[in-house]
Design a protein around this ligand. Structure first.
Ligand code: SF4
Length: 69
């Protein structure tokens, strides 16, 4: 089953926690906010095996702008 990671990038404060926890999927952008690698419109389809690590990123975000469905 496909899952989706969504990043409310407008409200990202650039703390870097998601990048620390899940560098496979997250990196810092030139503007100081994080970037969901390979995203389209700040969303990315992920497979079952990548849900847990992105859930960790979701949990690590202090402003709750990462959502894993
Ligand atoms: S943890 Fe949240 S606020 Fe911090 S860089 Fe990642 S998305 Fe932005």
């Amino acid at each position: 089953m496909a899952h989706t990671v969504k990043h409310d990038r407008d409200n990202c404060i650039g703390c870097g926690a998601c990048v620390m926890v899940c560098p496979k999927f997250w990196e810092m952008g030139d503007d100081g906010k994080s970037v969901l690698k390979g995203n389209k419109d700040n969303q990315l389809e992920i497979s079952d095996e990548d849900v847990a690590i992105n859930k960790e990123a979701e949990s690590s975000c202090p402003v709750n702008v990462i959502h894993v469905d």
